[in-house]
Design a protein. Structure first.
Length: 278
């Protein structure tokens, strides 16, 4: 049984083709530009079984001939066992699987950092003793995952902590792990004026991506403030309320900075959709 925030039956920006999108409940990140703050609390959401979700997919399977199921959130890997069950059942039925994740749930002991803080344990639920077991479960999940959409919020760890409340060490380690197993990856990066719309940050991101050999697409997502209304409805302060929206021209400029550092040609794609996950 999993905790699900919502289902989207006709997603066109969450992986290849037309997708059945499953928004998982719960996330340890607190991204300042998150458009889904109502997915943060794991205790909220609706309980659903994997079979119920697959059944909902099957009702409109003809729409998903070039697509499949995408797990997003929230942070799907916070419910690792249920996510693996869902993807396993999907693969048994020949359904393409896509995981949209921040990678924050990758075990700390595999990042090169020896000690897990009490705060990280409280937010991620991962202790030292659980890390090895979780790594085995991630390997099992990857065996039934066709493609990963990895959201890299900020390449600088200190700035990443300011932006999300979490270190990026787990995330970058997860990116390297995916490269080591040859798992196809799409990289997503939200460009925010005054935060990530910075030549140094974008160049460092490009240099990091250059070290990976499994990246199939780069998506540069221009920041906008359309999610502010959710914060107002929830009685929450929207930290970036005074931050200007990024223009398409600025998004293209940011993408060019990343690619200049990578010196590697991907399919050009600037996402125009309005939902930033996590």
């Amino acid at each position: 049984m999993g905790k699900i925030h919502s289902l989207e039956t006709f997603g066109t920006v969450d992986g290849p083709g037309v997708r059945f999108v499953v928004f998982f409940q719960g996330c340890p990140m607190r991204c300042q530009y998150c458009h889904n703050p109502d997915t943060w609390k794991i205790e909220d959401g609706e309980e659903m079984t994997a079979d119920e979700i697959i059944d909902r997919f099957e009702r409109n399977r003809s729409f998903y001939q070039t697509g499949g199921i995408t797990a997003t959130g929230g942070e799907p890997m916070l419910q690792l066992d249920f996510l693996t069950e869902l993807f396993t059942k999907a693969k048994e039925k020949g359904i393409h699987t896509c995981l949209d994740t921040s990678g924050i749930m990758f075990p700390k002991k595999h990042t090169g950092t020896d000690q897990i803080s009490e705060r990280e344990i409280s937010l991620t639920g991962i202790s030292e003793n659980m890390a090895s077991d979780r790594m085995e479960k991630i390997e099992q999940l990857m065996s039934v995952t066709d493609i990963v959409m990895l959201d890299i919020k900020h390449i600088n760890d200190e700035e990443h902590q300011k932006l999300t409340g979490q270190s990026n060490s787990n995330i970058l380690a997860f990116a390297r792990y995916l490269d080591s197993i040859g798992k196809p990856v799409w990289i997503r990066h939200v460009v925010v004026p005054g935060i990530t719309f910075d030549e140094k940050e974008l160049t460092e991101l490009g240099l990091f991506l250059k070290t990976l050999h499994n990246v199939e697409k780069l998506e540069v997502l221009p920041y906008h403030s359309m999610g502010k209304v959710k914060y107002d409805n929830l009685g929450m302060d929207y930290v970036l309320k005074d931050t200007p929206q990024l223009t398409k021209a600025e998004a293209k400029e940011a993408e060019n900075m990343i690619r200049a550092a990578m010196k590697w040609q991907f399919t050009s794609h600037i996402s125009r959709h309005c939902m930033y996950k996590n």
